[in-house]
Unconditional design. Sequence first.
Length: 419
Amino acid sequence: MTITLPERALVVLVGVSSSGKSTFAQRHFTPTEVVSSDHYRAVVSNDENDQTASKDAFELVHSIVDKRLRRGLLTVVDATNLKTIDRKSYLLTARHYGVATIAIVFDLPQAVLLARHRARPDRSFEETVLDYQLANLENSREHLPVEEFQAIYILNSEQAIESVEMIRTSQVNSYLRETGPFDIIGDVHGCYDELVELLTKLEYDVAQLSHPKGRKIIFVGDLVDRGPNSAGVLRLVMQLVQQGTALCVTGNHDDKLRRKLRGNKVSMTHGLADTVAQVEAEPSFFRQDVRRFLENLPYYIRLDGGRLLVAHAGLREDLHGRTGETVRAFCLFGATNGQLDALGLPVRLNWAADYKGKTTIVYGHTPVAEAVWLNNTIDIDTGCAFGGKLTALRYPERELVSVAAKRLYAVPSRPFLAV
Ligand code: CTP
Ligand code: MG
């Protein structure tokens, strides 16, 4: 069996004692990704079997799950998780931070479990406990499908557990269940003041990082470069994402900053030098937070059951739902043919003119004077850093809301495309 894991996901292992949860977790995940109730029982009481320590242990488990999911980190809960009520609070936390939820159920024959239990020096409880747990597992079979897990994998033999192949993908499909309403914001490019003004106009409480009606922001990427305050934009967007109030896809400028921060050699052009200087003027933890944030950004996301797709430079229909280098390159740079124009910039092909899909695609990347619908796609990069405006598209309302740039921060190397 193949288990596909998004980067930002909560994995809940479900199974009676001795079904091999911890063995499986050790094999497929790193030690810090696994949050084990036994481990924290031992931490607080020196004895992982001390049931009187369970309350304290689970408080720690929940607290750590919360802190990891807030950072968008893949997190695995290694506990029996046999009751709906056990799983419920993890699901709520995951929903709060907008991460995917996956249940992996270990469903082995009673005889195998009993034999393993008897052979374990580290589990001395009565065998009747296994019967009780098996009854709860039986109930879970009925309840799990109506809980909010995005995927449930049932491993019903030793062979099935043994043969699992874990594939970690990007977060492309993690938000399919999110229906909005959204405010999708075009390329910010360091225009912090305009961003705050736009969010205020959209009725966000910027200090509280929330919207009174629970609306959610989606950034189309290119948060940084060209404008005057890329560090401020990063800080605000990271806080909004952490709060679960915003989602963000990566733009080519964000990706270049990511590569720079991880030590790659990149050309410091198009405003990157200023951005790096701003980030380096901040305390080192900010730099680390930015790097971690950028490393975890998806290059595109699908929402609202597949009716909406957000990618920095858009995405051709035949690539929807796919991942890999071709898809990534398209999302970051759009359709290019490898040629350079008279200004030495990559030729950008107008993929949107050929688009025939039903999925609404919202993107940025190419500054345009006005955001205009074309074949169910819309480019909302209205060139704020170039003295244009910062635009939001309200979804599902399909209304545009803009604020004008306070000034021209960078001179475009080619004029805005008139639409
Ligand atoms: N085991 C086994 N073969 C496997 C997996 C596990 O024989 N393929 C054995 C382990 O060596 C261990 C026991 O089964 O002695 C239980 O495995 P473990 O992974 O610890 O099970 P858990 O589900 O984590 O049990 P618990 O809920 O008690 O922590
Ligand atoms: Mg275990």
